[in-house]
Each structure stands twice: as C-alpha cells, then as structure tokens.
Design a protein around this ligand. Structure first.
Ligand code: GSH
Length: 202
C-alpha cells in the first residue's frame, strides 16, 4: 500500500490528519505538485484526474478522492469512529462533512485556484470568480460560527471528519488572507480546540 501525498496541499492533509487520529501509518511518496509531477503520464495513469492524494493498494487498486481514502481506513480500522456510529449519527456526520467540503473548503480552495500565482498558466483562472468565492467563504464562516454556538464539534459532541475538513479549509485560507474574524468567538474556540489535537500537526 502507498499513499501519494503532498505536504504543500490541503486535501492530502485531510488524509494525514485522519490517519493520525486513527493511529495508522502508511508508506507515503511525496508528489511534487510544484513541478506538476501529478500531471505527468505515470501519475495520470494512476489518477487521470491528476489530483493528490491517491491511495494505491497492494492489488494495484487506486483510490482517489480524500474522503474515499478516509472511508477505506474507517472500514479497515473502525476505531475511533470518524464517520459517526449508527444510522442517524452517520447521516449527520455525512451532512456536515459535505457542507464543510462543498460550502466552505471548496470556496476557499477556489479563491486560491482563481487568484493565486501558483495556478497561473496551469489552469484557466477567473479572478472575479475567485472574489465571489472569497465573499461566499466569508459568509459561510459566519454561518458555521453561529452553528458552533450550540455544540463542541461541527457534527455534534464528537470529533469527526467534518472537523478535519473545516480545519484544513480554514488553515489553507491563510494563503489567500481568509481568516476567522475576532467576533467569530465560537469558531475561534472550536479552532483552538481542534488545532491543539496532535493530529493537527500532520
Ligand atoms: N476532490 C479531490 C481533490 C484533489 C485535488 O484537487 N488535489 C489538489 C491538492 S489539494 C491537487 O492535486 N492540486 C494540484 C493540481 O491540481 O495540479 C480530493 O478530495 O482529493
């Protein structure tokens, strides 16, 4: 088994944090996305979408998509559960995971993709769209700040993959000057709590 990783990028960090929470170690290979190694034929043969991370199993199966990789490890090592337990809890964790990914982390990543020099010449950039996403990210951080007034973690009283996705999204926002604002006290409290977990160093 091998995890194709990049310490420069947010999605691979989601998997590293997930593995750290589970106490799982996996052989890894760094993919130099700065030099577009993930866009070369040998990598594209494994993942035609070109994204990192990917997990290659011993039988040659390649699993792409951070959440799919995390689900694989949730199944192979259920403890501690990071996708919830029981029908209702699992559905709620899925709901919050998807919201953190599609409503917040993706908005933050789109600001980077559409406005940062890293992607200049790599992908068609639309800076105006990046600014629309910046506004959306700001308003969604206000929204999640309100949600966190009533509970410890994003999906309830237990740390889950939804917290990992939000943490990684917020940390990545710094590159684009997207930050928790001083009045977002619930979000700040949550951020300090999840950032102090040993897994957050991954
Ligand atoms: N939906 C995929 C996204 C994968 C992705 O876009 N990864 C980024 C790093 S966070 C990447 O490979 N960027 C370099 C590139 O697109 O060339 C996932 O969740 O793993």
């Amino acid at each position: 088994m091998k995890l194709y990783d990049s310490t420069l990028a947010p999605n691979p960090r989601r998997v590293r944090i997930f593995l750290a929470e589970k106490g799982i170690t996996v052989p890894t290979e760094q993919v130099d996305i700065g030099k577009a190694a993930n866009r070369q034929p040998d990598y594209l043969a494994k993942n035609p979408m070109g994204g990192v991370p990917i997990l290659e199993l011993d039988d040659g199966t390649v699993i792409a998509e951070s959440v799919a990789i995390c689900r694989y490890f949730e199944e192979t090592q259920p403890e501690p559960p990071l996708f919830g337990t029981g029908a209702k809890d699992r559905a709620l964790v899925e709901m919050w995971q998807r919201r953190m990914e599609f409503e917040i982390a993706l908005a933050i990543m789109q600001v980077f993709r559409n406005t940062h020099a890293f992607f200049k010449g790599r992908i068609p950039q639309v800076p105006e769209y990046g600014e629309v996403c910046r506004k959306a990210a700001g308003s969604r951080l206000r929204w999640i700040d309100g949600e966190l007034a009533g509970r410890t973690f994003v999906a309830g009283e237990r740390f889950t993959i939804a917290d990992i996705t939000l943490l990684v999204g917020i940390d990545f926002g710094r590159v684009s000057d997207i930050r928790i604002t001083p009045e977002q006290k619930n979000l700040q409290r949550w951020y300090e709590q999840v950032s102090s977990r040993p897994s957050a160093k991954a």
